[in-house]
Design a protein around this ligand. Sequence first.
Ligand code: CP
Length: 316
Amino acid sequence: MKQFISVKDVRQPSELMKLAKMLKKQPFAHRHYGQNKTLGLLFFNPSLRTRMSTQKAALNLGMDVMVMNFNSDSWTIELANGTVMDQGTQEHIKEAAAVISQYCDIIGVRTFAGLKDVEDDYGETILKKFIEYASVPVISLESATLHPLQSLADWLTIDEHKAHSRPKVVLTWAPHPRALPQAVANSFVQWMQVADVDLTITFPTGMDLSPDFTKGCKVTNNQEEAFQNADFVYAKNWSSYSNYGQKATGHEDWIVTQYKMALTNNGKFMHCLPVRRNVVVSDDVLDKPMSIVIEQANNRTYAAQAVLLKMLGYEG
Ligand code: CP
């Protein structure tokens, strides 16, 4: 695998999920693959889970890891070609990516959407420039539009907890005080479309996702109708795609509660974390066994480990 920025980079996604499942049982079985190899994790945005789970995944494989927080620790990166760099930026991405490629065998990059310019965000400017100028494989640690490591872990979690084949999975928009990117939701939809699940997406009118992602999916603006008989409820806030980057107002009643979860088929509650308690989901859901968010976060390690192992040349 030369890059991992989308499910489209994976030849057999279900095999990758099964590899993650196998690695969860035997996390140290492939340590020789990472010997004398270095993973560089580059963060333009904050992270807890992605940073620590990907680091743990690399350590499980015997790799060394270097982490760089670009916004606090590095030079300010210039992206545009042909710029006279006499303003705030100090280092061009051409040199930065080329130099980092000499230190690292695989590079992971986290770069969120700015939510101001849809073409810039959906063009994945920073990630694509890293791929262009790096000479080693690049993994997305969440980009402007996608979060594939999260989605692979989500799929593994659903596979582990499903009580029957083709479970009903509901992706529900949930309230949040800030405008958030669409990356987790877009990516979850992409991966669920290749998984054997019955997916429904629900959001308030106006809080749509890009039709490029929702095309062919069941979509409803009636949250309670969507929750009927669901086996899994995945909550996530996102800002509007059509009103690009706009935050919703007046939809606080889209919070996931025990009352709504009672409409499901004894459904499990999922969220990528971090989650705003009693805004996105009530305590009486999050603190009950129906919530599988901690196991979901645990699975981030094995999702990352599967991707790294493939990039290190594992063919099994
Ligand atoms: N879910 C997730 O990506 O968490 P972090 O932002 O903490 O990495």
